[in-house]
Design a protein around this ligand. Structure first.
Ligand code: NAP
Length: 537
């Protein structure tokens, strides 16, 4: 398309991950013409970019999958409890083919700006290549963890070896055989990579700034019998998920950690660590882990006990033990396979870069305040500009030229996590102010897409040209999101949920913590009251 030509459609979707693809499918069902713009050269979003060794989902595959099509969920066979990245990417490609989605997707297209025209009530999006697209509705399906935080280390440009970021991994893979590898970052990405790189490399040094909590995934192959059973009862599984706080059914214990004796408490933690299936089940061990500091401390102490029992070198174990200023689960809990065990290998070292910060990258390695480490390769698992990064990377201008970057200068403000006052006809999927990253995000995506689609169906039937969140309702929602977050321990941890991982980013707790069922009842209530809080003209 020439840069002067403008492609006009009803809806423009940005991003071809789980959210964008499903929105495309649903919008077609409304009879809308749709153009989906995607920066990568394939579908998959997060699963397209994050190809690092050991990458896999920390939500079980049988839940981290679309529920909208019975045929799809019956025909697809997941191989493991937690699917590896390549399998999720195959799944999402299968979905794109099965629903014939590719014909409305333009790949290799990064959106640079989006501006709303009050006279026509339409948006114009301009890509980095200068192409223009015009649509009545814009759906930002840009993801919560899609803008990697670039490594900002003095001297990186002098490094003679290879370096990689977890979220921008070479498609052909990386062979670390015989190499001395340095890994910076011990969030979910670093924790998943560590055991796999340790097996390949001659030597691995993990540079840890903050010790995070990690629990075993207890991953295992899914047997034919398990698959057959789940498929026979899939509707029930999905219904339980809808009523679970995270949108994924994990049996929750409704007792306080304070009402049981030491023996019962330990038994419950052990059960969740090992027997019940691992992963996020630990967060559901007691009903007050994320609210009561004493209850939380019990969980933290349990995991610290496991670390000390697993890691043979007591000095390494102490470095790996999260400190009391990080309550259990307030940073995204890591879900691993053999993470702590890996530090017993002779070829793995651990460096505490909180005690001895990294001062620079050198041509042959990395220097901390304690000395130099010789490295052939450096892996940055240093995270993302989470939740707001992808939206603010685009110069979004709403009514009267209002800039989203200015509106969000002190932190994100949305109504219900889907819409912003001053930005008519533009919706965000799983945005800040919704359960989003605190939930099984595929479930939250389906919830948002279904809700947005119903709203658009109704507004088109009524001849409404412009839909916009009302500022007063938005203010009230932001207040409510903060209020419920402050009733929990979440804001205590210096996490990316708060923007605390990005120097200079405003400190605002971004996801909505009240849980998936509570949130859904709110948005359903809004819909029943003629989409209360939206100006419709
Ligand atoms: P992350 O959780 O933000 O972790 C980044 C790590 O890099 C932290 O340990 C951080 O230390 C460290 N770091 C950052 N800058 C540093 C510096 N200058 N010097 C030393 N260390 C530095 O990022 P992530 O691991 O990529 O995970 C992000 C999110 O993506 C996860 O929380 C999860 O939601 C999602 N994810 C999910 C999966 C999965 O499904 N299994 C896998 C990967 C990612 P500090 O803690 O001190 O800042």
């Amino acid at each position: 398309m020439s840069s002067e030509a403008v492609r006009k459609v009803d809806m423009i979707i940005v991003g071809a991950g789980f959210a964008g693809l499903y929105q495309l499918h649903r919008a077609r069902g409304l009879g809308l013409s749709v153009q989906l713009l995607e920066a990568g050269d394939g579908v998959g979003g997060t699963w397209f970019w994050n190809r690092y060794p050991g990458a896999r989902c920390d939500v079980e595959s049988l839940d981290y999958s679309y529920s909208f099509s019975e045929e799809l969920q019956q025909e697809w066979n997941w191989s493991e409890r937690y699917a590896p990245q390549a399998e999720i990417l195959r799944y999402i490609n299968h979905v794109a083919d099965r629903f014939d989605l590719r014909k409305d997707i333009q790949f290799n297209t990064r959106v640079a700006s989006a501006s709303f025209d009050e006279a026509t009530t339409r948006w114009t999006l301009v890509t980095e290549a200068g192409e223009r697209f015009e649509g009545q509705y814009v759906i930002m399906a840009t993801g919560c963890l899609s803008i990697p935080q670039p490594p900002k280390f003095k001297g990186l440009e002098t490094f003679k070896g290879q370096w990689y970021h977890s979220a921008n991994w070479p498609r052909e893979g990386v062979d670390f055989a015989g190499k001395r590898v340095g890994l910076i970052g011990t969030g979910s990405s670093g924790v998943q990579m560590t055991p796999v790189i340790a097996e390949q490399a001659a030597h691995l040094t993990v540079f840890q700034r903050t010790a995070n909590f990690s629990v075993p995934a207890q991953n295992e192959p899914l047997t034919e019998a398990t698959l057959a059973h789940v498929k026979a009862h899939y509707a029930e599984r999905r219904a339980l998920g809808r009523e679970a706080v995270t949108g994924q059914y994990l049996s929750a214990n409704d007792k306080s950690a304070l009402e049981v004796n030491d023996e019962e408490r330990l038994k419950e933690f052990e059960f969740r660590w090992r027997g019940a299936g691992g992963g996020f089940r630990m967060l559901r061990a007691f009903n007050d882990l994320m609210r009561d500091p004493v209850a939380n401390r019990y969980a933290g102490d349990f995991v610290r006990g496991k670390i000390r029992a697993t890691v043979k070198d007591p000095a390494k174990a102490e470095i790996l033990c999260p400190k009391p200023d990080l309550p259990f689960g307030t940073k995204r809990l890591c879900v691993d396979t053999n993470y702590y065990e890996t530090f017993n290998r002779a070829n793995v070292d651990l460096v505490d870069v909180k005690a001895n910060p990294i001062t620079e990258i050198t041509p042959t390695g990395l220097r901390t305040t304690q000395g130099e480490h010789q490295l052939d390769a450096i892996v940055f698992a240093t995270g993302f500009d989470a939740m707001t990064g992808a939206l603010l990377a685009i110069d979004i201008r709403g009514a009267g030229g209002l800039s989203l970057r200015e509106k969000w200068a002190a932190g994100p403000r949305t109504y219900l996590g889907v819409s912003m006052a001053g930005f008519p006809n533009l919706f965000v999927i799983a945005g800040p102010g919704s359960p989003s990253v605190l939930s099984n995000v595929v479930h939250s995506i389906e919830t948002h897409v279904d809700w947005i689609t119903s709203f658009l169906q109704r507004s088109r039937a009524q001849g409404t040209a412009r839909i916009e969140a009302d500022l007063a309702h938005e203010d009230k929602w932001v207040e409510h999101v903060n209020e419920v977050a402050n009733q929990t321990l979440y804001p205590v941890g210096n996490s990316w949920y708060l923007g605390a991982n990005m120097p200079g980013k405003p400190r605002v707790f971004m996801p909505y913590v009240a849980g998936v069922p509570a949130y859904r009842r709110i948005i359903e209530g809004v819909a029943e009251k003629n989409y209360e809080g939206f100006l419709q003209a």
